[in-house]
Design a protein around this ligand. Structure first.
Ligand code: GLU
Length: 281
């Protein structure tokens, strides 16, 4: 029995790409008599809106999906992320980073040959080498800080890691390509990588179905699972839905949101047909 999830962030209306992902995920669960979970990923309350969360329920219900209740909303569980951070801290894998975005950009610009990863230039490691005293002085002075993972040490401690990917087969995890990722932000006591990995474990997800745009992130998630003793689900990263000119959809493509299509009289059947999900009609 497979437990899958669809985990949108309520920062805008769902578009056809989200619908495809949700349908794919729900079908995986239903084929095995398993469970389909909906999770609201709203750690960044500044970017999330209640009306978008409501629209997620309405849009998915309109598509004909059913999910397990109650729905886990990440913002209701912010204290859950403390324990994994403490564990990583005990293993001396975290360090406070006081840098501003501008300082990071200046340092990268000055270095001339900054290594790049899937999310752009890697963090140059400025705060990694601060002494204990320097860290304590800055914290005492009220400087805000994020918590970063010492990637080289984390990858060394974890050893070789793999995951099973339904599209690509057995994958070797190379989380080093991301450098020292942020696991707790200055303004939020977690980050996307930590919250998603923690919750997939907490909700016993056995198959993560999501778009190809998140394929690379799995390198980091697999590492966190190993360091924190979490279960490793299988993954299916599906191709992204594109617009007529071949561009991937974004929440700003109003015309392809489910909300817009629904309100312009497009039927559920037409949407399912467009996505190639006639079998759900
Ligand atoms: N919340 C993420 C998003 O909306 C997706 C998380 C995931 O599927 O891993 O992009």
């Amino acid at each position: 029995m497979t437990t899958t999830r669809f985990a949108p962030s309520p920062t805008g209306h769902l578009h056809l790409g989200h619908a495809y992902s949700a349908l794919y995920s729900a079908e995986y669960a239903s084929k095995s008599g398993g469970t389909f979970i909906l999770r609201i990923e709203d750690i960044d309350r500044g970017r999330c809106r209640d009306e978008f969360e409501q629209a997620i329920y309405e849009d998915l219900g309109w598509l004909g999906l059913e999910w397990q209740l109650p729905v886990r909303r990440q913002s209701d569980h912010m204290e859950d992320y403390r324990k994994p951070l403490d564990l990583l801290h005990e293993r001396e894998l975290l360090y406070p980073c006081f840098c501003t975005r501008r300082e990071i950009a200046t340092e990268i610009g000055a270095s001339g040959h900054a290594p790049h990863g899937p999310d752009g230039a890697l963090y140059p490691g400025t705060c990694r080498g601060l002494s204990k005293n320097e860290r304590e002085d800055r914290v005492a002075a009220g400087r805000e800080f994020a918590l970063r993972l010492n990637m080289a040490e984390a990858a060394r401690q974890a050893g070789p890691l793999f995951w099973e990917d339904a599209e690509k087969g057995k994958m070797t995890a190379t989380p080093e390509i991301f450098g020292d990722v942020v696991l707790a932000r200055k303004d939020i006591p977690t980050s996307y990588h930590l919250a998603v990995t923690h919750d997939d474990h907490a909700q016993n997800i056995t198959m993560v179905v999501r778009g190809d745009d998140l394929f690379e992130a799995t390198h980091v998630h697999r590492l966190l699972q190993a360091l924190l003793g979490f279960n490793t689900p299988d993954y299916h990263h599906h191709p992204l839905v594109r617009d007529d000119s071949g561009r991937r959809l974004a929440k700003r493509n109003q015309a392809l949101t489910l909300n817009f299509l629904r309100n312009s009289g497009v039927s559920r059947e037409e949407v399912l047909r467009r996505l190639g999900w006639e079998n759900w009609i």
